[in-house]
Ligand binder design. Sequence first.
Ligand code: HDD
Length: 686
Amino acid sequence: MTHHTSDDKNHALTDDRVKADERARLTTDQGTRVSDTDNSLRAGERGPTLMDDFHMREKITHFDHERIPERVVHARGAGAYGKFQVTSPLTEFTTAEFLTDPKVETSVFVRFSTVAGSRGSADTVRDVRGFAVKFYTRQGNFDLVGNNMPVFFIQDGIKFPDFVHAVKPEPNNEIPQASSAHDTLWDFVGLQPETTHMMMWMMSDRALPRSYRMMQGFGVHTFRLVNAEGKSTFVKFHWIPRLGTHSLVWDETQKIAGMDPDFNRRDLWESIESGDFPEWDLGVQLVPEVDEHAFDFDLLDPTKIIPEEIVPVRLVGRLVLDRNPDNFFAETEQVAFHLGNLVPGVDVTDDPLLQARLFSYLDTQLIRLGGPNFPQLPVNRPLAEVRNHQRDGYHQSALHQGQAAYHPNSLSGGCPAIAEQGAYVHYPEHVAGPKIRKRAESFADHYSQATLFWNSMSAWEKEHIVAAFRFELGKVTHLHVRERVVANLNNVDHDLAVEVAQGVGVAPPEEKTLNHGRSSPALSQSRQPQSPDTRKVAVLASEGVDAADVLALSGAITGAGAICELLAPHDGTVVTTEEGRLPVTKALPTVASVFYDAVVVPGGEGSAHLLAKDGKALHFLAEAFKHGKTVAAVGAGRQLLQAAHLDGDGGGVVTGVETSAEFLDQLVAALGLHRHWNRELNSVPA
Ligand code: HDD
């Protein structure tokens, strides 16, 4: 892996950093030194506190004002800095320098998020994930504010407040937190069939990413690229993770939400700290303007994809995240994305969802960040020079010099002058039409692509989707709401509707609808790149573990790029068969199988004997098996599989008499598969 550093933005932030400094002395905000910050100033040891105590008043006042409104959606997130570099220049299509000059490394800040939960909610909930990228290009900031799903719930932004009110906790009791499994969401969904395609994605494993590093990103809308001749080409943006797109299991996500609500955030932070920099390819689907009407859906409809089999995804650039922020609030919380942050060569289309977004993002920052000067905040500040006549307002921190703050002027020598070169030019699209509140007829088909998605799923993905619908609708208390959703699903696929109906106790639809039979194989996660890279493997050990086994296992696991942790009933060290000692990475009571992708039990009679009586260890194995993970045991360690009733080889259960090369190869191969879906997972009582 090539190691980059996000130099440009990193360097530009140098003067903003307040470093911890041993020589520093405590002061007030005014710089006056303070010798006691533990006792307020009072009249006598047991007397009342005095107004004179400016230090106490300042300290408490600042504290009282430490909170800002959380984002109205995408409140919970995690971010990192990195670099983007174009690898296959798009010079033919755009003038944007960051997409055309392979020598240019563009600094970026990326924020991943969940949508519905509040700032303190859990990471691993069933939800869409935000994937917002701020490119600090030399031509100005460009924001690509996308999601990990390529379509959206609604076609027109005027519906966004309705949708968000429906999915957020219900207004009377603010229940449930960060969950779509409740009446108001499904009431809305049943009455608004344009949500159907997106709800298929939401009920799929895409809503449960294993890691932000293992998740695709999409610009969703059709955008435009504009070249030097002013010619426009439609474009869909894709982020494709080098590690493939992989997901957790529903049961696992619910447990993690309690045990480590920061699971995805921690994973991002730790991978960057340890130098396993997350990477994505930038992909584009390009459609010449003359082909605007060549599809059986409207390119302006954000509830539709362009199937990759029809317009292939060209890989054109690479994104690497290589630096964690210094301060969560200052950077990740105060970063402000906006679809209207465009640079020359990239433009928008008339997608009615996109158009509303162009209004919303700037507007929301004004209340969230308290005024119009938020672009001056370090994380938002462009690397490109900023010169204009915008002045004053809350939190203005620039010292604009000169007499004239208007254009045209002669008093400041006419400065800043209108740009003659490199200015943003809006694409001169011809528009005409009556003022009218009406959706185009070309937006009317809400089912064909929902069916396409369903048809493209493998058997296990279909099972997960049915289970998700059953869970979510099963939480809905109004029977008519369940019925309406099931009736709507009949428009997607009859078998799907019947299976969901059976699970949620409503009559299956009688009319057998026709499935068009088309599929887009690229949509299935079963076709994602597989690799053991950065997977986390637990090695279970106790006193008397076989040291040679542990050594061989950790060698093979780390050699394959995975992470190996030795877990024992207690922290510190464990005694090995050879009377040596091995350091324990973590004590079993502090962890759980759901934090790992695989579990291995090494040999050593003593260790196997102790663990076979340890409920936590047995549950660990059974639960890992239930979640489709690789479960392996060697030598005496195999006794544990028997004790956990998991004997039987194959399908990701790897056993060996000893840590032979063959056993280790099988283990690594199984690890690379991520999960083993051929198991009867529901029968495991864990
Ligand atoms: Fe949005 C935040 C993505 C539709 C209004 N949105 C927000 C974020 C992401 C998206 C990733 C978090 C940015 C961050 O990390 O700070 N939103 C999307 C996508 C959409 C979409 C991919 C559909 C294709 N959004 C959408 C609509 C509207 C909004 C239709 C309003 C009409 N979105 C907002 C917002 C937010 C926001 C209210 C909340 C906080 C913020 O902007 O900065 O303006």
